[in-house]
Design a protein. Structure first.
Length: 182
């Protein structure tokens, strides 16, 4: 059975497949271009996103916007989503069983969007999408090619908020991501 993007969004918005459905305010479906060259995948909605139902509306979003601007990209031409679509209480890491329950939505988003590059934002996404032993501090900014798609990871914007020194390296990683488009 094939579902449209709008159908997928409706499933997410009424999903009760894992316990996060009991504590969330709003599910946070991904958003952006439906024909993006780059798909960004983060971990899970935070407090602002849970309030708004939109990815990256909080402080991390400001960092992400700065990185996008650095390479001349806008939110309208990329697509932004998360491994789990509902906010974990107290911003704890999403549990493996929550990730398992939610990952089919990300897989279907990826199938519909067919990005040229998938950029994992942070360790949780990188370990889920690239490999379980992914080491973000060592491997960020490196690329691998799998199933017609470039995969890479960068520091999560919240890691940059905690340690602003990471901004410069991450800008360089974004420059390399954009080079892959040509
Ligand atoms: N942090 C995330 O991992 N995802 C969001 O959507 C916002 C903040
Ligand atoms: Fe459904 Fe994912 Fe939300 Fe769990 S996190 S309730 S699987 S949308």
């Amino acid at each position: 059975m094939m579902y449209s993007y709008e159908e997928l969004k409706a499933f997410v918005n009424s999903c009760t497949k894992c316990p996060l459905s009991q504590t969330r305010n709003k599910p946070v479906m991904g958003r952006g271009s439906l024909k993006p060259q780059i798909l960004f995948v983060a971990e899970a909605p935070g407090n602002s996103e849970d309030r708004d139902g939109i990815p990256f509306t909080g402080r991390s979003g400001k960092i992400l916007d700065e990185l996008l601007k650095h390479v001349g990209l806008s939110r309208e031409e990329i697509y932004l989503t998360n491994v789990v679509k509902c906010h974990p209480p107290n911003n704890r890491d999403p549990r493996p069983e929550e990730q398992e329950a939610c990952i089919p939505y990300l897989k279907y988003e990826t199938y519909l969007l067919k990005p040229k590059i998938i950029v994992c934002l942070g360790r949780i996404a990188a370990q889920r999408i690239i490999s379980p032993g992914y080491r973000i501090s060592r491997e960020h900014g490196t690329f691998l090619y799998r199933k017609d798609t470039w995969l890479t990871a960068v520091y999560h914007p919240s890691a940059i908020l905690r340690d602003p020194v990471k901004m410069e390296e991450t800008k360089q990683d974004f420059e390399r991501i954009v080079e892959k488009l040509f």
